[in-house]
Structures are given as structure tokens and as C-alpha cells.
Design a protein. Structure first.
Length: 247
């Protein structure tokens, strides 16, 4: 059995097993399986892999996209430049070797490009964790000016209390990279923004995909902003990971 899986904590919201099983069926890939592996502490990853020799690939999610890096042997270019990993390929010939990738980068690029269509725009990136690093990398690739927003001074360009009417009206692309609103974890919560300053000119993208219509999206849509959840990004990054695992 070729075992794949997702590590992070908590994982009750995840749709990755369903997605990968769709890939297995579509591509007639027999002998593959995908499971959730909840891990609060990633420090024991290498020992856990030694005890689970069938595992040949892992996706990585909150809160380990950055903290997994010291446990890896090699990084691809996107992972090295973003400082975040969401995909690990595992080889054992003969010693354990772990290579980290960032497939959030192509995943978010595909999501973003569907909305921009050549439009010149300025962005606000909510959050400064591993997912945010991939978003920032793509925005730089697309030459889109942006500011980051965090709860704490020093972690980003702005804290939420500094996001006022002028900031909102100057930034027509807003991306939520935080887990706020995620089912079963931060359910019912949304980033602390003055949503009433949004307009139909705004595009509000939420990397959270479960629930389908997040509080961030709901509050943004009330002001006629265009909204999308993270499902398209999830599928695109999973497709990229599936390709890596099969190589």
C-alpha cells in the first residue's frame, strides 16, 4: 500500500481524503490510500515515519507549515523562498529523506488569476502564517502591491485596528489567510475589519473552504464585494501535490 496523508491539528474540517480518493479513481491508481494524521507536535515526525514505512507522501496544514521545515532534508525553490511547506515527499532508499514543497503557491496563483483578468489592483493580506507566505509570494510574482495585517505590531505592516476607511478603499483585493471561520475550530468568527467600507469594487478571497460560505465571505458579500472560498485553491494545490507524489 502506498500511503499518503495530511498532518496538522485539528483536522476535522479537512476534505483532502475525499479529493485524493477522487484522484485515485480518476487516474486508475490502485494500491494508494489517503488518511488524516492529527499531530499537535511535529517534532516527532521523523520517528513517526520510521514507524510507518508505508507513508510516502504527506500534506502539511495548520499549524505546521513553517515548523516542519527543520525536520526536512531538502526544500524546493518555492518552499525555500516562502519559508513554508505544505507537501512532503518521502523516500527511503536506503535512509529516510524528506523533501518539502509549497504547492500552495500554484494553488493560490490559479485562484487569483481567475479573478484578476489583467486588472490592476492593490491587496491586503490578513494573517502572517504559512499560508500567508505563499499568498505574498504569488502577489510579488504578479507584481501586485500589498500590505499584511496581523493582530500584533511588528508581525505585519498593519494591525487590524489600523485598517480604516482609507485603507479599505485603497485595497480592492483582500485575502483571508487566517483560520478564522473554519468549521469546528474558529467557527462563526471573522477577521476584525470595518466591512461596511467594502464595495462592489472589492474582491474578497478566503482560503478557508469549510464551511462553504464563511463569515468573512458573508460580511463581505453584504457590501456587494465579489467573494470566493478556498476550495479551488485546495483542489489546485492537491493536484500539484498528487503529481509530486507520483514522480
Amino acid at each position: 500500500m502506498k500511503q499518503l496523508g495530511l498532518v496538522g491539528y485539528p483536522l476535522g474540517h479537512s476534505r483532502s481524503p475525499k479529493l485524493f480518493r477522487q484522484f485515485f479513481a480518476r487516474d486508475h491508481a490502485e494500491g494508494w490510500d489517503y488518511r488524516l494524521f492529527p499531530m499537535e507536535d511535529i517534532s516527532g515526525l521523523r520517528g513517526w515515519l520510521m514507524d510507518n514505512p508505508d507513508v510516502i507522501g504527506l500534506n502539511v496544514t495548520i499549524p505546521h507549515k513553517e515548523t516542519v521545515i527543520p525536520h526536512l532534508d531538502e526544500l524546493d525553490d518555492a518552499a525555500r523562498k516562502t519559508g513554508a511547506v505544505n507537501c512532503v515527499k518521502i523516500s527511503r532508499n536506503p535512509t529516510l529523506q524528506l523533501k518539502g514543497y509549497n504547492t500552495d503557491v500554484p494553488g493560490f496563483a490559479r485562484m487569483l488569476d481567475a479573478h484578476l483578468q489583467g486588472r490592476k489592483i492593490t491587496a491586503l493580506v490578513l494573517g502572517n502564517g504559512g499560508a500567508s507566505k505563499a499568498v505574498q509570494y504569488v502577489l510579488r510574482m504578479r507584481e501586485i502591491p500589498f500590505k499584511t495585517v496581523s493582530r500584533y505590531k511588528g508581525n505585519a505592516d498593519l494591525v487590524y485596528e489600523e485598517v480604516d476607511a482609507e485603507i479599505v478603499q485603497q485595497h480592492h483585493l483582500i485575502i483571508n489567510t487566517t483560520p478564522l471561520g473554519m468549521q469546528g475550530v474558529y467557527e462563526g468568527m471573522a477577521p476584525n475589519l470595518p466591512y461596511w467600507y467594502l464595495s462592489a469594487e472589492h474582491i474578497c478571497l478566503d482560503l478557508v473552504y469549510n464551511p462553504e460560505f464563511t463569515p468573512f465571505m458573508e460580511l463581505s458579500a453584504l457590501q456587494d464585494a465579489r467573494v470566493e472560498n478556498g476550495m479551488s485553491m485546495l483542489r489546485a494545490q492537491a493536484e500539484a501535490a498528487w503529481k509530486i507524489f507520483r514522480e
